[in-house]
Design a protein around this ligand. Sequence first.
Ligand code: FES
Length: 452
Amino acid sequence: MEETLVEPEDKTEGAPERKEDVRILAFLCNWCSYAGADLAGVSRLQYPPNVVDIRVMCTGTISPYFVLKALQEGIDGVLIAGCHIGDCHYDKGNYATAKRFRVIKDLMVSMGMDPRRIRLEWVSAAEGAKFQDVITSFTEQVRAAGKSPFGKAGNRPVARAEGAEPLKIGVGEWKPGPTEEAVTKSVRSALESGDASAAVVLTVRDGVIVPRIVKKADDPAIDELYAGEVRYPMTSFALMVLPLVPGKLALPVRECDRRMIVELKKHNQIDPGRLVLLGIPCSQDVADACGCDHPATPEDIAVMSAMAVAAEPCAPDGALAKVAGERLDFWMDSFSRCLRCMGCRNVCPMCYCSECALDNPDIVGPDSKPPDIPIFHLIRAIDMADRCIDCGMCEEICPADIPLRQLYRQARQVVKDAFGYEPGINPDETSPVKMLGEPTNLGGMESGSRAS
Ligand code: FES
């Protein structure tokens, strides 16, 4: 019979209590780092036994969701190790890894999470000794960070928003003014001239905004058009109706809608050639109230070229000014109010995926309210980092008052700092994070770690 080696438990009275050591998950690329680990093994190089490895064909296949999921499940540290830059067996898979990793790491810092919990390294098949060093030093690093504060028991739900106010979409007292007059004229003119075969107009019924599709210039709904201070997710509506409308669709939009359309075009989700944009200028009061950096004239809005003036960088606000531990507490407390209503996702035109990770029970625990935190919100933050155009509709719609706009602003800032890229500004500029194989800027991760 095979003998099983089990370390005997020390039951001596007064024996020191054994503390559970840190647990590390390592994603190793098949062609280099896994072979490097193998070499370390056959060379009998010693390293701490805290690591469980997962062999993947290329680090480029590792979704940021996997890293977040591991941390969410209570893993204390996650290592990604792959081929050196220039040596990827799939040419440029590790370029994508380097860029994604920079975003994950900096977002963790921004949220107040301990960045010592993740590491990216390039280890070749010939570098058994380097693999030994990496595992040894990373284990020490994770031990210094301590046990993960997450995991099933660490969700810390503290402040459920049971009595949260319902969504406010009412427009209150309202009378048509010069803006309505101008937009009405533009809609009629687009339909009369044949520039558009249909138009979307917002009307007000019982104090609530209701979108209507009109096809004739004499449709009386055009006279009821609303272009006041309350915003409506017009671009999300346009995405739904565009396949149903032959020809071009006239769309009264604000500057934030235009930025959405710019971004959606880059992601091949909309053909701006099928839209006739009719600009609704936001007043300075509206722009100030929703923290918009880009108030623009109707003429500016109705074009798809790059904006003349780029946005100012987001100013650090409340959460960013706190120290790391307080930042994390701030976000965990905010996330714990989530009702899982999905309003933030559903109102956002940039959330266009037909299958959403937030609906995937293998990634996010199904049905729990609040949802598993922070993974539930970090998944969206990662996805929004190079997509969000900062319209703030998600925060406006959230019945639990979660400062979502601040979250996505921080995520945008991470991409801006690393790659100098800001979504929604230039229609000809593609996100460097999504681009496979662009070697010019890896966000400082060329050597697998970043000096600053
Ligand atoms: Fe090793 Fe791509 S094959 S990182």
